[in-house]
Design a protein around this ligand. Sequence first.
Ligand code: FES
Length: 264
Amino acid sequence: MASTGVDAPGRAKIDVRTLRTDRWWIQPLVTFLALTAFVVYSAWRVFSGQYYVFEPYVSLYYSPCLVTTCDPGAIPAGPISWWTLSPALLIAWIPLTFRFTCYYYRKAYFRSFWMSPPACAVAEPHGKYTGERRLPLILNNMHRYTFYLALLLNIMLTIDAVAAFRKPEGGWGYIGLGTIILCVNAAALWMYTLSCHSCRNAVGGRITHFSKHPVRYKMWTFVSRINAHHMKWAWISLCTVVLADFYVYLLASGILSTDLHISF
Ligand code: FES
C-alpha cells in the first residue's frame, strides 16, 4: 500500500527526521512519564479494593460505591451483592473513557505514546495514517456521551465533598485537611468537565441565532472562556484526583494516624 505518512507521494523529501534544533522531545517525554505514572497509580488503587473510606471521607475512585459490601461510611452503599472484585472497577471505566477520549488527552497520547507525530514539524515513524476512522480510535467519537456520564460522577463527588463537612460522630461542623482537598478536587473536576469541547457544543451548538437564545449564549460564552484553558484543567484535575485519593488512602490505611481538622 502506498505510504500515507511523510513518505507519501507529493511530500517534500527531507532526509532528516526534523529540522528543529530545539529540545522538542522534552514535552512528549514529560507527558509520557506523567500519564504512565497516573495510569499505574490509578490501576493500583482501583484494583486494590481497600483503604477507600475514612469518615467523613471517601475516595473518588470508589464513589458511588455500588456494592453492598462497601466499607462502612461509603456514600451511598449500593445494591449489588454478587460483585466480588474491587467495587471501583464498576465505575472506573467512566472517568477512564472520558479522559481517554478527551480531545486534549488524544493530542497528549498521540504525541507522547504513539509519536504520531511526537511534535510539530517532527516526522512520525509510522508509514501510514488512518486517523480516527477505524477501530479502535473511531471509538473516540463516544466522547460526547462520556461527557454526560462524567457530569453525573461530578455531582456524586460534589455530594462527597459536602459530606466531608460532617463530623464522624454525626452532625455538621467538621473541616479537615481532607475536606479542603475533596472540595478543591471537586472544583477542579467541574472546571475540567465544563471546559470540555463537548460541553461547549452542548450549550452552544446547533443554534443559528444566538440573539434568540440569550441564556445559552451566556453559557456558551462562559464555557468558551474556560475551554481555552482546557489543557490546564486536564492536568490540574489529574493532580487533584491523585491527591484526594492518596490522602484518603493514607488515613484509611493508618499510615496517617489522624486528620488535621477543626470541629465546631
Ligand atoms: Fe477534554 Fe471533553 S475535550 S474532556
